[in-house]
Design a protein around this ligand. Structure first.
Ligand SMILES: NC(=O)c1ccc[n+]([C@@H]2O[C@H](COP(=O)([O-])OP(=O)(O)OC[C@H]3O[C@@H](n4cnc5c(N)ncnc54)[C@H](OP(=O)(O)O)[C@@H]3O)[C@@H](O)[C@H]2O)c1
Length: 279
């Protein structure tokens, strides 16, 4: 279990991404992951799979209380009372009684309702519908605005983070504020949008030095930077490969070398939360 110094929330060191794991096949893929040791599952209202991911928990036979089920509030549900109803709907879809971590999926700044959405999450935590609350894709200015408005800082911020986009400044901001960083697309979607970070010579060299795969080298890089990665795989063998990456400790030089792959325009799909919005 990893924990930031001043933070009471303790999370597993890695979670399973579940985007596109849907229906019965998705539930079975989640069950295999839980059986092999994943305890944190990353779902969202907009993935249309909260029920399938929860079914995977039941199929695994693992006690529900051992699972950390995450979901996210969609952009079209920021206004109240829509936000309250959507959070309740997410809980009902899971059938798990409560959601362990609820995030605001995107700030959608031009819509201007993320403070209202945050108030709904704060109240849902108060009511016991969700245990922990956080955000996703929030820039420092968005984090500061919700803190100023409510006095409540998110426990987690889930952001795009991979070697081509290492987000050093955002990480430093999170550290200062005691926010846990989760990485989405932690292996850069394995090259789904062009050249794969897994093919970078630096990554391959680190992998060879530790006798691990390139994917494991990238996941170990996240761990070395205190980041919680959420790799998605539908395949049990890859799920286990990804989980085993946490056994590998990279040296400072290796970590810095992989961070060196970062580029200012390194986002996979140009989804800058200052302007990009999802509903
Ligand atoms: N908050 C947000 O706005 C946001 C945005 C995007 C994603 N997310 C979350 O983050 C999760 C992860 O991001 P992602 O799904 O975009 O990308 P990712 O985890 O970086 O990459 C997933 C891709 O890599 C492949 N893969 C996984 N393990 C592999 C391995 N060991 N070797 C080779 N290929 C491997 C998967 O294929 P197979 O499945 O075929 O193995 C899949 O195509 C999502 O599933 C979702 O939960 C959140």
């Amino acid at each position: 279990m990893s924990q930031t110094a001043a933070h009471p929330l303790s999370l597993p060191s890695i979670g399973l991404g579940t985007y596109r794991l849907r229906g019965l096949d998705g539930a079975r893929a989640v069950a295999r992951a839980v059986e092999s040791g994943y305890r944190l599952l990353d779902s969202a209202f907009n993935y249309e799979n909260e029920a399938a991911v929860a079914e995977g928990v039941r199929l695994s036979g693992i006690d529900r209380d051992e699972i950390f089920f995450t979901s996210k509030l969609a952009g079209r549900h920021h206004a109240r009372p829509l936000a309250d109803e959507a959070i309740q709907e997410s809980v009902l879809r899971t059938g798990l009684g409560r959601i362990d971590l609820m995030l605001i999926h995107w700030p959608n700044p031009s819509q201007g309702l993320y403070v209202e959405a945050w108030e709904a999450l704060v109240d849902a935590r108060e009511a016991g519908l969700v245990r922990h609350i956080g955000v996703s894709n929030f820039l420092p200015e968005h984090l500061e605005r919700i803190e100023a408005a409510t006095g409540v800082m998110p426990e987690v911020n889930q952001i795009e983070l991979h070697p081509r986009f290492p987000q050093a400044e955002q990480l430093a901001h999170h550290r200062e504020k005691g926010i846990i960083t989760q990485a989405w697309s932690p292996i850069g979607r394995a090259g789904a949008y062009g050249s794969s970070v897994l093919d970078e010579p630096v990554v391959r060299e680190v992998a060879e030095a530790h006798d691990i795969t390139a994917t494991q080298a990238v996941l170990a890089w996240h761990a070395a930077r205190g980041v919680l990665p959420l790799p998605k795989s539908a395949h049990p063998q890859r799920q286990r490969e990804n989980l085993a990456a946490l056994d590998v400790a990279l040296g400072e030089d290796e970590t810095a070398a992989i961070t060196g792959l970062g580029r200012a325009d390194g986002r996979l799909k140009d989804q800058d939360p200052a302007v990009y919005e999802e509903f």
